[in-house]
Design a protein around this ligand. Structure first.
Ligand SMILES: [Zn+2]
Length: 371
């Protein structure tokens, strides 16, 4: 580009507030060059992570770093109107507390605990979300703010959150969530792979090799989720005379040294490893991250996964492959949801579009608006 073009564009970005001077660089003779950097405070994004029984909303800056957050008990089965009204009220509360204007908001990202058609933001026959099937989630939220509202399943946003927080330098990562259900988020070439309708990575109902004919909630038998999820481990332990009703019970038993529980979790890890080994052959990730509540049981689960993946995959795929526990914890969801919005709103063509719009008199805060 011509120097004048660059300077015009830099001026437009400075006027929008998205760019700010960040000191002078050392001179190589002549006038010292000025440095510019993204100004993370220029705008705000919202990341919301909704689970079966929790709601977590964060107001974040343009790097995805949460500035303020609220986590409460929220029942997803209360239906979309009650739950999304809670999300809207919580966003208002966070904006008030941060003393920031709603005009600063460039978008809202929402993670839901079920399959979502990403392009429309509508849940698709989600098994644990009565009343949500086909509901227009972005439409509901956009009645309050005219900004992009992006929706995805909880595993995809966790994968994004874990990637930007703990493994930002890596290009290819597979995130596997092991909790009440099992699912995966795939980062390939630094992008989240969603597939044709957003169902990529839905590992829970893949047939687990060598699995017993256990009936799954989807109607099939021998699904990975039916034999290796938190739910399956609880069932197994109860039959074996070790009382457990929640995933936290399983984690507590393993951490407390219960051999039956440790064995069950390790066996679940091996079964998950059989499916992960196939994914490794298909996707060739650099890193497999195991997250979700059952992963908090520690080494038992991950040892089972490693045992099978290293044993089954070809040496070329595993030579540099690492399999590690998730480290971002409860914040992964909100950071990932915020990241999803940032990647969308700060894409070059959208920034171009917004700058053109504000040039026509919309003012700097007209930048980066609705999709
Ligand atoms: Zn199934």
């Amino acid at each position: 580009m011509a120097r004048s073009t660059v300077s015009l564009r830099v001026d437009a970005l400075l006027a929008s507030g998205l760019l700010a001077p960040s000191g002078e660089a050392a001179s190589t003779g002549g006038r010292p060059p000025t440095r510019f950097a993204l100004n993370p405070q220029a705008r705000l994004v919202v990341g919301a992570d909704l689970g079966a029984t929790h709601g977590h909303v964060a107001l974040a800056d343009l790097t995805g770093r949460p500035l303020r957050e609220v986590a409460e008990h929220v029942d997803i089965s209360a239906g979309p109107i009650a739950v999304l009204d809670w999300v809207v009220a919580t966003i208002r509360r966070l904006l008030d507390e941060a003393d920031r204007n709603a005009e600063d908001l460039i978008g809202i990202g929402i993670g839901l605990p079920g399959p979502v058609e990403h392009s429309s933001g509508r849940p698709m026959r989600p098994p644990i979300m009565p009343g949500w099937d086909g509901y227009d989630v972005p439409g509901h939220v956009r009645r309050h703010w005219d900004v992009p509202v992006l929706v995805d399943n909880d595993v995809n946003i966790m994968a994004l959150g874990e990637h930007v927080t703990a493994h930002a330098a890596l290009d290819h990562l597979l995130f596997v969530k092991v909790a009440t259900g099992i699912g995966a988020g795939i980062i390939s070439g630094r992008r989240l792979l969603r597939g044709a309708v957003g169902a990529a990575g839905d590992l829970g109902h893949v047939a687990a090799p060598h699995a017993p004919d256990v009936l799954c909630r989807c109607g099939n038998t021998g699904c990975l989720e039916a034999v290796a999820s938190g739910q399956a481990i609880i069932k197994h332990l109860t039959t074996a005379g070790v009382p457990a009703t929640t995933n936290s019970d399983v984690v507590a038993l393993v951490r407390g040294g219960n051999i039956t529980a440790a064995h069950a979790v390790r066996q679940a890890g091996r079964t998950i490893g059989e499916v992960v080994a196939t994914c490794v052959s298909l996707l060739n990730p650099e890193l497999v991250v195991i997250g979700g509540s059952i992963a908090q049981a520690g080494e038992s689960l991950i040892a089972g996964v490693r045992e099978v993946v290293y044993g089954r995959s070809l040496p070329l795929a595993t030579a540099h492959l690492q399999i590690v526990p998730a480290t971002t914890g409860a914040q992964a969801g909100v950071i990932g949801a915020a990241t999803m919005v940032i990647q969308h709103a700060l894409a070059a063509d959208r920034v171009d579009e917004a700058l053109t719009r504000s040039d026509r008199g919309g003012g700097p805060h007209a930048a980066v608006k609705a999709p």
